[in-house]
Design a protein around this ligand. Sequence first.
Ligand SMILES: [Zn+2]
Length: 364
Amino acid sequence: MTTTPAVLSPPAAVCSFIPDYVLRNIAERGGDEERRAALQALATSGTMRSLRVQAEARRSVLPRSAMPELTIALAPPTKERLVRDAKNTMDLRGPIVRAEAGTPSEDKTAEAAFERLGTTWDFFFQVFARNSIDKAGMPIEGVVHYRRNFDNAFWNGTQMVFGDGSGRLFTRLAHSLTVCAHELSHGVVQYDGPLVYQGQSGALNESMADVLGVLVEQWSLGQTVEQADWLVGREILAPGVSGRALRSLAEPGTAYDDDVLGKDPQPGHMDQYVDTDEDNGGVHINSGIPNRAFTLVATRLGGNAWEDAGRIWYASLGHERLLPSAMFRQFARITRYVASTLFGTDSRQVSAVEEAWSGVGVEL
Ligand SMILES: [Zn+2]
């Protein structure tokens, strides 16, 4: 009898919040301290990348009987969070400083991560009836105070990890809801897609994390599409940095323009698509295109973005036709198909989806 070899997930980069190209700008243009912090963050990206590949390899060899979707009916949904303190080291198994059944921590950053990851869990459960990252009640694990002056946050395949920032360019990343929700959403994409973290599929991976990240915030604040500012990472820019946030979904390329950080390089249309080997083929850059497509759909439909537009995007992410290597065009076609299934072929939702993709230059 022959056995089928386990299929390993393709190597994936760690999903860092601050892209390497921003860190490189800082390393080139910043002062000594900024340069040191940026180089440290760049070096960490490489280490975490290899750890994440190991974690994905372990997960991919689980027997089918242990896969999450088979256990959904057995466990009633309960939120289970824990926050570890790396104590300014790289130790991702540091002491647990806040747990679901425990008392509030005196550490404001641990408490911030705990609350914001909880809001994100609530969003996925209440809006999409999703039981945690893996749909099977997986504990939500955050790590705070990672390294010293660490100007980044990332999802490593199993945990959300937050630096405190250097305070000169970025500040306490766990205190931003869109950052926390973005990182947790990478976990959702990993279990639903998984979209390969390279080129256009990687940009779709980044874009889904951005879209879900802003939807969590809009939902928690009860904002309509007109009230929302569509910014990701508004709270993390240090005082004196010239910018509004790290990314703008509605107006890609306008989030910051700073002497040290450089200028926001995101395009909002295929005419400005950036062909590059950097940043895993521009995953944090070209994500501006599907990001803007989403805001066009949501704005056209009005009301709350997490309702019709969010439902279309979320169902498309989990759709069986979505390939891990999907290009923008394939994803766009799936959103149109999902919209017609949910709302009817002649619905305003289908028209909104078609106009949005046309508006960013993606042909259906
Ligand atoms: Zn990301």
